[in-house]
Write a protein that binds this ligand. Structure first.
Ligand SMILES: NC(=O)c1ccc[n+]([C@@H]2O[C@H](COP(=O)([O-])OP(=O)(O)OC[C@H]3O[C@@H](n4cnc5c(N)ncnc54)[C@H](OP(=O)(O)O)[C@@H]3O)[C@@H](O)[C@H]2O)c1
Length: 285
């Protein structure tokens, strides 16, 4: 069956909602579309949350040329984009891995870039929250094989931080970095930087309290391994993508295994519906 036509932007139906956290001052249009949004604002540590979309059979990327983005998973769903924009609009920092950048090379991780229709409303929300115009975009790469001419590094007014290894920083130093780009080398052996070190560097660069991890699956796995994700927003898209042996289609978390030895259980704290898509929110202790 061909992909259904993208659903119109109608309000989500709140099935049940969390009462934890501070009620955020959403502008009228966002409030009508999403409902109430509360976010925990702990004083002692940042609140780290993640947002993904998955198929019913747990696939988060089709891993097929020209079809590797989250939009292919959600069916280019307008409500999913609206929620992605909303979460970016409240975030001080958005963190992604180099694989996610590679799948969407022309993208920048701001609210208006994912859903331009609501750009003014997202801007209004950031202003009401006293936040800077755009969240700090953080790119994590062990190897540092990143093209600094991409829009995420050259867009006006978008501050970017690359967290990499010493070897990665050496490789990156062969390119001219725009003034808005900071490159930070952590002192770790091997290509994988522990998520605790990533978070330390992020907090050093920006004192913001709301940190959004947009993945992808390998970066998210490292954050879950260190028990650093406080909440998972998860859009469940009503398609079965399927898998063939060796086709490399990832699920939410890759590169780390938790159950049964070290199982990670969350609690469902919020649920909304947009036609056949479900917008779920889990908290993790
Ligand atoms: N459905 C969704 O909601 C959603 C969300 C996000 C992404 N995706 C999809 O997921 C796919 C990409 O998957 P992925 O697992 O490759 O993404 P990823 O986690 O963004 O990228 C993996 C790469 O990021 C770097 N990296 C991640 N964690 C690191 C760490 N702890 N230390 C050092 N480097 C680290 C490494 O880069 P180097 O190789 O440069 O060292 C690694 O190869 C894409 O198709 C994307 O569209 C889907």
């Amino acid at each position: 069956m061909p992909r259904p036509a993208p659903a119109a932007l109608t309000p989500l139906k709140t099935l049940f909602e969390t009462k934890r956290g501070v009620l955020l001052p959403l502008p009228p249009k966002l409030s009508r579309l999403y409902g109430c949004l509360r976010m925990p604002m702990p004083r002692s540590h940042p609140h780290v949350f993640s947002n993904f979309v998955t198929t019913l059979d747990g696939v988060v990327s089709l891993n097929t040329k020209g079809h590797a983005s989250g939009a292919d998973i959600s069916g280019f769903n307008a409500q999913d984009r609206m929620v992605m924009g909303l979460l970016r609009a409240v975030a001080d920092i958005v963190i992604i891995g180099s694989g996610t950048l590679g799948a969407d090379r022309q993208h920048v991780w701001t609210a208006e870039a994912i859903f331009p229709v609501l750009a003014d409303d997202y801007r209004q929300l950031r202003k009401a929250l006293g936040k800077s115009e755009t969240p700090l975009n953080v790119i994590v790469s062990g190897g540092g094989k990143i093209d600094l001419r991409l829009p995420v590094f050259t867009s006006d007014k978008l501050p970017t931080l690359i967290i990499t290894t010493t070897a990665g920083a050496r490789r990156l130093s062969k390119q001219d970095a725009p003034d808005t780009v900071e490159i930070c080398a952590t002192r770790h052996r091997g290509n994988v930087i522990p998520a605790t070190a990533i978070l330390d560097e992020v907090c050093r660069a920006n004192p913001g309290r709301l940190i959004l991890v947009e993945g992808g699956p390998r970066l998210l796995g490292d954050f879950y391994a260190k028990r650093l994700i406080n909440e998972q927003f998860l859009t469940l898209a009503p398609q079965i993508a399927g898998r063939n042996t060796g086709d490399g289609r990832p699920s939410l978390v890759m590169g780390k295994a938790f159950a049964p030895r070290d199982a990670l259980w969350g609690s469902l704290i919020d649920m909304r519906r947009g036609s056949s898509h479900l917008f779920l929110r889990y908290s993790f202790p």
